[in-house]
Design a protein around this ligand. Sequence first.
Ligand code: TTP
Ligand code: MG
Length: 410
Amino acid sequence: MERFWPKTIAHADMDAFYAAVEQLDNPELRGKPILVGSPFGRGVVLTASYEARPFGVGSAMPMAKARRKCPNALIVPPRMERYQEVSQTIMSVFQDFSPDVEPLSLDEAFLDMSGSEQIFGGPQSIGQKLKDAIRQATGGLTASVGLSGTKYVAKVASAYQKPNGLTIVPPDDAMAWLAPLPVSRLWGAGPKNQKRLHDIAMNTIGDVANSTPEFLSEKLGNVGLHFYALSHAQDPRHVSGRGAAKSIGSEHTLSRDVYKKEDIEIHLRSSADQIGRRLKRKNYLAHGVRTKLKTRDFQLLTRQHRLNNPTDIADTLYNVAVGLLKEFDHPGPFRLVGMAAYDLVKQEESPQMDLFGQGTRHRKLETAIDQLAERFGTNVVQRAESLLSRTKQVVPPTLDFLDKDGQDKT
Ligand code: TTP
Ligand code: MG
């Protein structure tokens, strides 16, 4: 009899999602290089069809540059509502497969498939059925799917043979499978951490696995320990499925567009404070922070960052959200500023919580502020900084601080 894995996690990610939807809806676009994005102004490519990718174009590249690199590409303006509709179809397929589905974006999700072998068969069969069901429900779209015993390895696996891939990594083989991959495949290894790893002669995940936690934490701090765990295919996070909040967000639609960093920061500050309060109230910690900006032509731009230690501290959320601003390549102005905390875990489930470090003092202080805010309203307790920025704002009074639900009027 086939032996099943102790835990089976699938990650599914649609191939060239927006572009594939355009090709599905318009047969004339099929088999051709297309770029989805606004053809006007200084917009960026949201995604490129696989026919366009060999020309070196892809998500987030300025449209003008992409057109130079791939002059034959057809430019298709995005239709967000349609992508959302298709996303709902995909998500409902996922829900037919598992009660524990954790969407990460419109086109990807984790599914906890543990114990479902009686219904769907072993990992290979689960993956194939999932792909078939997506193709059928959407009328022909393909997804790439990875299966392994952890979220991390499942995600790396789904990207391994794109497009239309299916990659199975048995948990016992996961460490060896990861070893030859570049360190850029470590979750949370942005350009800075990749460079730090290269500087200590670590180029593959196997190099990290063969190091020691002591050395890595000496060279990289906490994130070094996180990389060490990943390189050993250790990732204790659960698929946060049914009923769990997916993200907590706050955004401000502005009465007048902003483009100055200081103005954006003011809005992020009040969003972060509000999100921190809601996280604490619900006993959640967030693994991720997303910053959102909407352009004048209603393009929604987002950048996100995963934290090594999940947090509910507003100050940390704020600093990460502000740090993300430099990753946007749009000069503004923006008509909406917002942020969200995502990838939420219940406080008690997080093994990495920074109980004894920096966080504790901060949390105590913020909890006290939150309690006051809850009793007397947010107008009573404010950071000196936000008062300052408010006075700076007095002439001319350009910004509308009214939050979506009307609660956080400062
Ligand atoms: P991705 O899954 O990252 O990319 P993709 O589906 O286009 O291509 P693949 O997964 O096969 O590599 O993102 C899903 C959609 O999200 C993408 O089609 C467009 C949108 N998106 C943006 O709007 N901006 C971005 O910077 C990225 C990366 C994606
Ligand atoms: Mg995708």
